[in-house]
Design a protein around this ligand. Structure first.
Ligand code: NDP
Length: 299
């Protein structure tokens, strides 16, 4: 089996390089995998992307690339639209043309964040931001293409590699006596490693049973706020590394309005993952398990 992975160096893309490797031959590209002769992995050039797919003829395309800079997207909506929507549609059309399975990722930001109940897959979308709108448009283009697809909506993604929320909290707790962290946005921090592992299982099962294709919510179990997440990070870090010199005595709860930002974010990012767990027979561990593991790796 041949697989084409786009966005190989992102949080999820990096973990997919590991999790997809046992499934077959993997061609992994990033935006810089572009020259006059080789295949292009640049989602800002959808036509070249189409050529790459038609030339490589993979059995599975996994699109982990996206314009994920949520605030920046507000000031560069055309680029966000091209990368998150147009390119996803082109990938889906090309996948349909060659009979490939397309795996694509989307976000809790397609919802408006109202209420307290976890969002189900068929709940109406109403994005609050350019990023959310372009991701919603991308999903819709994938679904409209006729391509066999798996769309995974996930939330609050972190990885051990690169910068992340936990690293920021650990640094600030060493610099400041008091941290203020938002406590009115709810969701589940979800490890890129979990997303990649679930993706590999789902690909295997969907190739055997195409009725499994569709849209799924994929997030770690449980829920918290950014404030609860920060407190868990610092408490766990103290246990894992008692010699860490934290100045911070307090992680004070503040509303979202305390940190004005260009993009609006949903308050309720809870995702209902029953469909994924039921259809694929998978268990999703609670969010603390993955965060604890990530901290053990980075500390
Ligand atoms: P990252 O930002 O870590 O990775 C995205 C990757 O896409 C980066 O490697 C980036 O490259 C690449 N990329 C950006 N623009 C282009 C382009 N024009 N051509 C090719 N590659 C490009 O994101 P995640 O791994 O966290 O996200 C994976 C998926 O999950 C995305 O679909 C995202 O929308 C979704 N998601 C993410 C959430 C999160 O909290 N991060 C939450 C919910 C959903 P470069 O580094 O060079 O910019």
């Amino acid at each position: 089996m041949k697989m084409l992975l786009l966005g190989k160096n992102g949080q999820v893309g990096w973990e997919l390089q590991r999790s997809l490797a046992p499934l077959g031959e993997l061609v992994a590209l990033d935006r810089h995998s572009t020259d006059d002769h080789g295949p292009s992995g640049d989602l800002a050039q959808p036509e070249r992307l189409r050529d790459a797919v038609l030339r490589l003829r993979p059995d599975v395309i996994v699109n982990a690339a996206a314009h994920t800079a949520v605030d920046r997207a507000e000031s560069e909506p055309e680029l966000a639209h091209t990368v998150n929507a147009v390119a996803a549609g082109v990938l889906a059309e090309a996948a349909n043309a060659i009979g490939a399975l397309l795996v694509h990722y989307s976000t809790d930001y397609v919802f408006d964040g109202s209420g307290r109940a976890p969002w189900q897959e068929d709940a109406p979308t109403a994005p609050l931001s350019v990023y959310g709108t372009t991701k919603r448009d991308g999903e819709n283009l994938v679904r409209a293409s006729g391509a066999r697809h798996l769309v995974f909506r996930t939330s609050w993604v972190y990885a051990a590699r690169g910068g992340n929320f936990a690293r920021t909290m650990l640094r600030l707790a060493q610099e400041r006596e008091r941290l203020t962290v938002i406590d009115d946005q709810w969701g589940a921090p979800t490890g890129a490693d979990l997303i990649a592992d679930v993706t590999a299982h789902a690909i295997r099962q969907t190739l055997r049973d195409t009725a499994l294709a569709g849209t799924y919510h994929l997030a770690a179990a449980g829920e918290t706020t950014w404030n609860g997440y920060a407190r868990f990070v610092l408490d766990t870090a103290r246990l894992l590394k008692p010699d860490l010199a934290f100045k911070a005595q307090e992680v004070a709860p503040v509303p979202t309005s305390a940190f004005p930002s260009p993009a609006r974010r949903p308050q309720n990012s809870r995702l209902d993952t029953r469909r994924l767990r039921h259809d694929f027979g998978l268990t999703l561990p609670d969010w603390q398990t993955g965060v604890r593991r990530m901290l053990a790796e980075i500390l």
